[in-house]
Structures are given as structure tokens and as C-alpha cells.
Design a protein around this ligand. Structure first.
Ligand SMILES: NC(=O)c1ccc[n+]([C@@H]2O[C@H](COP(=O)([O-])OP(=O)(O)OC[C@H]3O[C@@H](n4cnc5c(N)ncnc54)[C@H](OP(=O)(O)O)[C@@H]3O)[C@@H](O)[C@H]2O)c1
Length: 273
């Protein structure tokens, strides 16, 4: 599968987001996704499904080295020492010695980056993660984190879909050579009802979800759509076969609108847009 390169990380251009997928369904969907051709999985300590994700990976029979696995440290575990302990617990649940990418899930205003970023770098040096990065950081935090990091930060994971204008924060991450991974790439199910995306998808014999995912992929942004339905796993992966024209990319780009952010919990930083 095509991949985005960032500081030595090769991140497959579409991933399977696993939030909310637990127990038998979680294991089955992870296994099914890998059999269909996904090679990138996104989980987190906070999703409560690391056990299922690890099990699905093993059930697939696909070589560990051929799968790019991300997990994240929750924002209450970022203190030096605690971060390392949290990652060890994640690895125990996954039953794996390392993950490909370890992210700080959200910043924590009570724990300075001067503490959490060196702890994240230490987790990489200890061999718990091949690569490290951050999620839900604003531009000032991206700058500070990069100045504090003794190991390269390979990734910024943020909310990104056709309705949300993230150009400034994406430019800040890319300036530091970070890959951008898009969560909520289907705007949590709003995309399939969009008439512009329906029309553009239809013109290629594709669905609106595939058009929205291709829009991100063609900008070298890695979407990690989630679905609880097997048939949609294949549909979302099929976005890689769609090539949008310059005019179609521009038209989807004009869907941006104020108030489009979906995820902004109390621990969110001051967003840049
Ligand atoms: N770093 C963070 O703070 C953060 C925050 C949120 C999410 N994430 C990650 O990003 C992943 C994706 O984000 P998300 O789950 O919030 O939102 P999303 O992927 O934009 O949307 C998921 C929703 O879209 C539906 N869907 C999926 N494929 C579809 C298709 N082809 N056609 C129609 N509907 C479809 C799903 O319903 P069905 O299940 O019925 O298919 C589900 O309700 C998460 O699973 C998680 O791994 C990270």
C-alpha cells in the first residue's frame, strides 16, 4: 500500500480507526480489515480496546512488521514516569513488545510539555515505540514540542474532513516534517449525506465517503475512518482507487465552513481555527 514518509516512519495512506469497537466485534473487524488490505490500525489506551486490536492482528496471520499500529497515551498519564508506565500497560494489553507510533492523545494544561515530551522521547529510546508524535496540539504546542524533542516527532493527528479548515495547523506540522493523520475523516457520518460529495463520487462510480477520503489522501493527509460494518471497510479502502480532478478537489475544498469542528472536549487547547 502507498505510504507517507515522515522522519523514517512509513505510514500507510489509509488506516482503520477502532474507537468504540470492542469485544468480539472489535477483534473480528480488525482481522477483517487486515484481510481486506488495511495495513494501518489506530487505537488508544482510552478506547479500552487494545486487547481486541492485538488479538485481531494475531488472528489475521499477517506479519507484525507489515502492520503499522498506533496507540495513544491518555492526557492524565503524561507525567514523567507515569507516561512510561502507561505505555507498558498498553503493550501488555496488546501483547506486543512495541507499537509503530505512540501519540500523546491530548495535551494537558497541568503537565508542561517540558515534562511530557522528554518522557515520550524516552519511551521511543526504550524501544516501546518505533516512532512518536502528538494529537490535538495547536500551532504553539507543535512549535514547543518540536523544540523540546530529542527524537523526531513523526506525526500530528487531528480532526480533518472537508468541512473543517485546518490549513494553518497542517502547514505548521508539515514544516517540521510531521505526517498529518486525519481523525473523523467522514465528519462522523455527515459526509455520506452531502450532495456535493454524492455528485462528485457518482461521477466516478464511487460513494460520497470515498470522495471525502480521497480528498484527504490526495493532499497526503492520512484518513483513519471507523466503521462497525464489514462492507464499509471495503468501501472506505476503495477510496484509494479514486482520482479526483483539480476542479473536484477545489470544489470539495469550498465545503469548509465555520463551526464544523466535532471534537472539542474540556482538555482541548485553544484551537487555531
Ligand atoms: N486523536 C483523537 O483525539 C481522536 C478523536 C476521534 C477519533 N479518533 C480516531 O479516528 C477514528 C475515526 O474517527 P471517528 O470514528 O470519530 O469518525 P469517522 O470515521 O469520521 O466516522 C465514523 C462514522 O461514520 C460511519 N461510516 C463509516 N464509513 C462509512 C461509509 N462508508 N458510509 C457511511 N457511513 C460510514 C460509521 O458508522 P457505521 O459504524 O455504522 O459504519 C461511524 O458512525 C476513530 O475511530 C479513532 O481511531 C481520534
Amino acid at each position: 500500500m502507498q505510504a507517507i514518509e515522515a522522519h523514517g516512519a512509513r505510514i500507510p495512506v489509509i488506516g482503520f480507526g477502532t474507537m468504540t469497537l470492542k469485544e468480539d466485534l472489535g477483534v473480528e473487524l480488525v482481522e477483517a480489515a487486515l484481510h481486506l488490505g488495511y495495513r494501518h490500525l489506530d487505537t488508544a489506551q482510552n478506547y479500552g480496546n487494545e486487547r481486541e486490536v492485538g488479538e485481531g492482528m494475531r488472528a489475521s496471520g499477517i506479519k507484525r512488521e507489515d502492520i503499522f499500529l498506533t496507540t495513544k497515551v491518555w492526557f492524565n498519564r503524561l507525567a514523567a514516569g507515569d507516561l512510561e508506565k502507561s505505555v507498558e500497560e498498553s503493550l501488555q494489553r496488546l501483547k506486543l513488545p512495541w507499537v509503530d507510533l505512540l501519540l500523546i492523545h491530548w495535551p494537558n494544561a497541568q503537565i508542561p510539555l517540558a515534562q511530557s515530551i522528554p518522557a515520550l522521547c524516552k519511551a521511543k529510546r526504550s524501544g516501546f515505540a518505533k516512532h512518536i508524535g502528538v494529537a490535538n496540539f495547536n500551532i504553539a504546542m507543535i512549535e514547543e514540542a518540536n523544540s523540546l524533542a530529542s527524537e523526531p516527532l513523526a506525526c500530528l493527528q487531528i480532526e480533518a474532513h472537508p468541512y473543517l479548515d485546518q490549513r494553518k495547523v497542517i502547514a505548521a506540522a508539515q514544516k517540521h516534517g510531521m505526517a498529518v493523520v486525519a481523525y473523523c475523516p467522514l465528519a462522523r457520518g455527515k459526509v455520506p449525506n452531502d450532495q456535493v460529495l454524492q455528485r462528485i463520487g457518482r461521477a466516478h462510480g464511487k460513494t460520497p465517503a470515498q470522495a471525502a477520503l480521497s480528498y484527504l489522501e490526495q493532499q497526503s493527509i492520512v484518513p483513519i475512518p471507523r466503521t462497525s460494518k464489514r462492507e464499509r471497510l471495503a468501501e472506505n479502502l476503495g477510496s484509494l482507487q479514486l482520482r479526483l480532478s483539480v476542479a473536484e478537489m477545489a470544489e470539495i475544498g469550498r465545503l469548509k465552513r465555520p463551526g464544523a469542528r466535532i471534537v472539542s472536549p474540556p482538555q482541548a487547547p485553544a484551537w487555531d481555527s
